[in-house]
Design a protein around this ligand. Sequence first.
Ligand code: UTP
Length: 296
Amino acid sequence: MKKKVTKAVFPVAGLGTRFLPATKSIPKEIMTLVDRPLIQYAIDEARAAGIKEFIFVTSRGKSALEDYFDDAPELENALKKKGKTDLLEELRSTNMDSGAIAYVRQNRPQGLGHAVWCARRLIGAEPFAVLLPDDVIAAEKPCLQQMVEAYEEIGGNMVAAMEVAPDKASSYGVLDVAEDMGSVVRVKGMVEKPAQGTAPSNLAVIGRYILTPKVLQNLNRLKQGAGGEIQLTDAIAEETEAGNVNGFRFRGQRYDCGSKAGFLQATVAFGLARPELRDELSDFLTHMVALPKAAQ
Ligand code: UTP
């Protein structure tokens, strides 16, 4: 029987330079979509997939992120006194149990692979999930849950994949597909940020993974040889030779909240999905879109 995936790593040690100056003092993962920080979307998705242990790879200047998960007794008391039970429930749903959450530091931003490697002792010899909180995925069934269900059938390493336009492939890790079985594709190679026109397919990897401990061993080796950034893609790609990597076409809409345009799109989409905001926001958007046309 395959081991259940109960641990998830959240690499949140990046510098977030695309959101400077905001990220000078606010971790990117605390930036809010409507009223919830990005990290909350990732935590909720992981919980829905059955994750019990949450491992954060953090860095300098991320203490707001650690505080976010603590109980907030003063706030809770104030809400209780005012009878704001809905808000109280909402607030309590963000608390994390003591012991369910662990932090490990990445002392220098040496890349995503290095960040995951920093969590190796907390992961141990089990399969584990990795979620990048700046990829936010709107889906009927949360993306990681879809992946865990597929993983329970087929095992191995699994990366979330989505079709991208050929001119966008150079911004992603791209899959070289051995066999396309619909929602699952067997992968024979992976290339990180291929040069324009050289991508082996239009299937790009996004920030959800289920990985075997073997990938940690590969990272260990890469760590010893690396001068610059250590790529997670390279460590996973080593497993393709053994036919042990699958791409998973998830059902849902992914927003790249690590970029300004993606963050704004997600803000609009998640705003429109809220019944209490929908009408006002859509009236406003219709008006805004009409404006430049009227000016012509
Ligand atoms: P990004 O490539 O988006 O980098 O990292 P970044 O530093 O967060 O943002 P920009 O590009 O400077 O604006 C993807 C994910 O990997 C994590 C980030 O925190 C993010 O969740 N990461 C990246 C690390 O944890 N450590 C690193 O050394 C690099």
